[in-house]
Write a protein that binds this ligand. Structure first.
Ligand SMILES: Cc1cc2nc3c(=O)[nH]c(=O)nc-3n(C[C@H](O)[C@H](O)[C@H](O)COP(=O)(O)OP(=O)(O)OC[C@H]3O[C@@H](n4cnc5c(N)ncnc54)[C@H](O)[C@@H]3O)c2cc1C
Ligand code: HEM
Length: 482
């Protein structure tokens, strides 16, 4: 279920289509001084078409993925619909299962027979595969030339992570038949989009840009039937996101302000940053948030909570400054008490299942120890004596910046074992293989993508079923370069 890899930048300016598009004027140059998208090649001049059929869809999307829309239209502004499920804001994560995260540990759950729309969507995907970078450039160029007002929602510089939106959209479309997984993923995404200022009426604009770019780069397989399949698919996807955002609006802010109250530089490049949110921030141990600093507006990065929820409401993060990293360097080297950050809603499904007594096998690499520490605190607070085995990996002894805390926890809790593993002497997965047996354990992994991948392999080798292995999305970590 890999989304297309990006290999080159866009330079193609040709492309025709027909059917549902009407001619439009050539694009005007943007006047707001925002940098041009790389590869933004004046799409409307080249294409001069527009999806004319996109209209508001006035139906409830509560079961949008389970039912066929009566017409293939991309949804626009809809009033907040009735609540769609019982999931509370604080409990989004256990139900959450990103399609791409799932693919890291097991093959995508493909239904025996794919729906006709899924077949057409996959045919398009196969066609655009080699051109995915061009598709991305063209998609944003179409979006921003047709809807310049939307540019302000996005970061000034859209480089490393600019393909996340389109990639997620294409991945979701590919998995349109995989209803349960997709719905919880999309609901979370829809809720998360509130912090960007995304409104229901923005969705048709994205849908038009999507179809405009697909029709161009998959021109050899594109026809009316394919277009209708994409319109239906996008309608379903966006309706779930719109409804989830509307529902979330009733009970949670779009973002939280959080004031830095402590800043502890543990190593030259790792800081523990503690913040006080302006209103209660509900989350579960093992989850992460998205965070924006005042120095890089609209640039959001994920950071895991380093503690289980605390009675004083404070939140802490372990941040490692990566070379030339915008947000991480600001947090480590610039942030000081009194600075105010913004936080998005919590996310992630690496949480403890308190309905069982299974042991927890935890692998934390680098700052990946932060959510593992939160999990340990969570188990301690629930008062059940479940065995918890933590393998704490780092490149050097010096990088085990939080080993004292972990060893203190070990002294307090007889059910906890903490084993430091230093890369130069041993690899984390090898160390895990030496101990065990692990068949009565649920596994939790947090750290760099390479560690997660090799960790998952090692855990499967020692017989832990994939359904009992939890970790954050490797794809996102790779995109982050961490
Ligand atoms: C679910 C999740 C949870 C996370 N939790 C944490 C956490 O608790 N603590 C934490 O410190 N980080 C965490 N991260 C990573 C974090 O979100 C950022 O990606 C990281 O801080 C870099 O952001 P930046 O803006 O500083 O760098 P960017 O500006 O995004 O990157 C600048 C350059 O550095 C490269 N780069 C990025 N990361 C690394 C790296 N690790 N090593 C080398 N080069 C890199 C990029 O590819 C890019 O070329 C998490 C990521 C995810 C997806
Ligand atoms: C079905 C439609 C959509 C999907 C699947 C989607 C998916 C995504 C994903 C996966 C991201 C990456 C960050 C994150 O997880 O939040 C993202 C970022 C973003 N999306 Fe969407 N999105 C959709 C529609 C929209 C719409 C309609 C808007 C409003 C114009 C929008 C605006 C943004 C912005 C501003 C960002 C941040 C970009 C960045 O950080 O570089 N998205 N989207």
């Amino acid at each position: 279920m890999d989304a297309p890899t990006t290999t080159s930048s866009a330079d193609d300016t040709s492309g025709e289509g027909g059917g549902w598009f009407t001619p439009r004027k050539p694009p005007k140059r943007q006047e707001d001084g925002e940098p041009q998208q790389s590869g933004a090649e004046g799409p409307e001049a080249a294409e001069g078409r527009r999806l004319a059929s996109i209209r508001p869809l006035g139906r409830s999307g509560s079961a949008a993925l389970a039912t066929e829309p009566s017409e293939g239209r991309i949804p626009a502004a809809r009033e907040a619909s009735e609540p769609t499920d019982e999931v509370t804001h604080a409990r989004v994560a256990p139900a959450e299962a990103r399609p791409e995260a799932q693919s890291e540990t097991r093959p995508a759950a493909q239904p025996e027979t794919r729906s006709p729309d899924a077949v057409l969507v996959q045919r398009t995907m196969a066609e655009i595969g080699p051109d995915s970078d061009k598709v991305t450039s063209y998609f944003y160029a179409l979006l921003f030339t047709r809807h310049p007002d939307l540019r302000a929602l996005f970061p000034a510089a859209m480089d490393t992570q600019r393909d996340r939106l389109l990639k997620a959209l294409l991945t979701a479309a590919e998995h349109i038949d995989n209803t349960d997984v997709l719905v919880s993923y999309l609901k979370n995404l829809g809720r998360g989009h509130r912090k960007y200022g995304t409104q229901p009426e923005h969705y048709p604009a994205v849908g038009e840009a999507l179809i405009g770019s697909l029709s161009r780069y998959a021109s050899s397989v594109w026809d009316e039937e394919t277009e209708a399949a994409w319109v239906r698919t996008y309608t379903k996807i966006s309706q779930v996101m719109i409804d989830a955002a509307a529902e979330d609006e009733l009970r949670a802010p779009a973002w939280w302000f959080a004031e830095v109250v402590a800043h502890d530089l543990r190593t030259p490049d790792i800081a523990i940053v503690t913040v006080r949110p302006d209103q209660p921030y509900p989350f579960l141990a093992g989850q992460y948030t998205s965070l924006e600093t005042p120095w890089w507006p609209r640039i959001w990065r994920h950071y895991s909570f380093a503690s289980a929820p605390r009675s004083d409401g404070l939140l802490s993060f372990h941040v490692k400054a990566v070379p030339a990293g915008w947000v991480s360097n600001s947090l480590v080297h610039r942030a000081r008490p009194g600075d105010v950050l913004r936080l998005g809603p919590p996310g992630g499904s690496m949480t403890v299942d308190h309905t069982t007594d299974s042991g927890l096998l935890c692998l934390g690499g680098g700052t990946g120890i932060a959510p593992i520490k939160a999990l340990v605190e969570d188990v301690a607070e629930h008062g059940r004596r479940r065995p918890v085995e933590v393998f704490y990996g780092a490149r050097t002894d010096h990088d085990l910046y939080d080993i004292d805390t972990m060893l203190r926890l070990q002294q307090t809790h007889p059910w906890l074992a903490v084993r430091p593993v230093v890369d130069q002497r041993a690899q984390l997965p090898d160390a895990v293989r030496e101990y065990g047996p692990w068949n009565e354990y649920d596994a939790y992994l947090s750290g760099p993508p390479g560690m997660i991948r090799s960790g998952v392999d090692a855990l499967r080798e020692v017989g832990i079923p994939v359904g009992r292995i939890r970790h954050d999305s490797v794809e996102e970590l790779v995109a982050a370069g961490s």
